[in-house]
Structures are given as structure tokens and as C-alpha cells.
Design a binder for this molecule. Sequence first.
Ligand SMILES: *Cc1c(COP(=O)(O)O)cnc(C)c1O
Length: 401
Amino acid sequence: MEKSEYERLDIPTVVNAAGHLTRLGGTRIREEAVEAMKNASQSFARISDLQSRASELISEVTGSEAGYITCSASSGLTLGTAACIAGDDLSVMDSLPDTTGISDELLMAKAHRNIYDHNFRASGARIVEFGLNHVVTGLEDVKEWQIEQAITDNTIGIAYMAQPRNQLSLSTVVNVANDYDIPVIVDAAAQLPPVENLTHFIEEGADLVAFSGGKEVRGPQTTGFLAGRQDLIRSVALQHLDMSIAEPFWNLPENLVGNAEIKGVPNNGLGRSMKTGKEEIIGLLKALELFIEEDHDELKAEWMERNEIVASNLRSIEGFDVMIQDPKKNEIPQVIVNVDESVTGMSVKDLVQALISEEPRVEVRCFDGHLKNEMFTVNPFSLTNDEAQYVADRIVANMSN
Ligand SMILES: *Cc1c(COP(=O)(O)O)cnc(C)c1O
């Protein structure tokens, strides 16, 4: 077999049983998207024209006024927050991320604070918390008055973390935000599928929603997209597009800029370090189109078949308690393995360590929480059926050493 580029450069390869983790390069990009990227790479279009068409297509599938392709959901959140701070003000755009003398308070439920907070703060915004954590669950329903209490003249928006287990409903946040005329920006990075979520948050009244292109959409790893209000997307575009152009030739597409009076060409903005290439834009559009057409029940059936391959092999190991997650309750059902070390004689830590030290590395899913509970999972998303068998074989081999 032909050597992979990784092998040619002596880079250890990975069999990815951990899902679409950024650390491992995410997913297999859809082949059609790779083809589209290859095609786009050999000729040119203005990035603003690409983004303009992307805006139309994103609007069509999300029901939003406008849309924009970012270099990840993360940069979508950064740019979206920058838009909430700056609006159409070129001098504020020029200052960011320095917000000295500029309103910069982004409200966020305490229970929504998370490991992706940097995405908002990189814009220059300061996060101001409202509500409290529940003592037991870490999640607390927040009352409208608790949100109102946190609003000041310096509030630029409210951030909302979308996840199925949320107690604080988006509509509660939107109600308050509308009363005070402040935008709501939703982190929906990991909320596709279900496909219905493309329109859901917009329907609920979100002003901006950030999705990831590198997760289940299976576009290029470094893509994401924003859907939302025309004026906010305009601010995103003004802070993201390359502005190295003589003024007479600067005319942004109507659907990106609307009829706003912009006082001349802005400087390159905050978004410059998050640029999107023509290949990424085209690749994501192709992947998104396919994601929407895809039969998600059929996909789930494929994942369940893969899970069955893994589970049936691992059930032979004494001291392993193997369970397949319910596909009705999980967007990506995985195989869960609880390990009783007193029977196996090998801890989860030692097993996972052994697997990642192999050639190729075998990466199962094992975060801190898993480790504490002496368990790991095998995620079918980024595996082929052959690889699923390989992963099972390697686990069995390590356990019988
Ligand atoms: C994955 C994820 C992100 C980051 O998305 P990228 O597209 O990788 O930047 C942000 N927020 C949440 C909740 C996520 O799960």
C-alpha cells in the first residue's frame, strides 16, 4: 500500500476511536468536500463574493437574515462577540481587543461558564456572570430577574451555551434580551445533528448562532459558520475580510453589508488571525449541503453496527462490563466499558496508556471523568468497520498480556 503523508514524514498515525476530537484532527472530511476544495484551490474568486454566496446559502438552511463562514465555531464566537461590541463603529473595530472606554460586558449564566470561554473573551469582552450553580447538579434554572439584575449600560450581549440538558431556556434569555435591546449569541458548536437545530435557535430568537463545520458536518476541520442578524454579520465581515484595497474599488456585496453607510475602508480587524481560505469556504458549503441531505437514521444504524463489532469482542473479557448507548437518547451512541481492575488486573489508565503507545496509536475516549470512574468509551464516528475490529483486537490483546 502507498505510504500516507504521515508515514512519509515519520509521524505516528492514529486509529481514532475517540470521536471527532480536535486534538486528533477531528473527522474524515467528506470526500466530495475534499474534491470541491481541490477544485477551488486552482482558481480564484473574491473572498467577499464567496462569503456573500455563503451568506445566502446559510440563510436558506437556517432561516437567518444572513450568515458567514468562520475558521471554526470558536472564531465565530469571537467575531460574533466583536460584532456585538463594535456594531458599525470603525474606530471601535480598530481598537479591539482593547476595550478601554468601550462597553464590553458579555453576560453569561454562571452554570454556562466552560472551557471555551476564551472564544468570547478573545474579542475583548469581559464575561459578567448571572445566576448561581445548583449545589448538586451544577446547573440551575435562572429567573428573568436574575438576568436583569446583571444588565448595565455596558452590557453588549448575552452568551448562551446550547446543550440538550440546559435548564435555562433560550426563550427566557431572549425575552429579557429583547426587553433591553441586547443581542443573544449562542454557542451551538456541537449541536448538529439533529439537522433541525440549524433553524431551531434562530426560531427561538437568537441574534447570532455559531456552529462548527469540523464536527458531524464533516467539513474542513478549521471551519465553522455563523447565522444571524444582518447588521451583526455585517460587523463580522468588516472585522474579518481583508481590507488591503484602494477605496474606489472597495464595494462589499449588498447582502453582506446591506444599505449601511460605512465611512470608508476599515483597517484589517480582529478577525485577520482567523482567516478563511477559498478552499475552506467551498469545502464547508459542500459538506453542509451533504450533511442536510444525509439519512441520519441510516448513519446511526452504521454506527450501531460498528458498536456491535466492538462490544461483541470486548464482552469476552472478564472484568469488563460492556454496554452500547441507546441510539434514541444519544446523537452518537458509543460503546461504554466499565472496568473492574480487581478482576482484570489492569487499570483503565494502564490500558489507555498502552493503546496510545502502540503503532499506530489507538485512541479510545477517556477524559478525567472516565478515568475517575474506571471506564472508557469507544466512539464509532471516526472509525471504519475494519478499524473498529482492529481497536477491539488491540484491546483484547492488551488485556490478555
Ligand atoms: C467544539 C466546541 C466548540 C469549538 O468548536 P470549533 O469549531 O472546534 O472551534 C465550542 N463550544 C462547544 C460547546 C464545543 O463543543
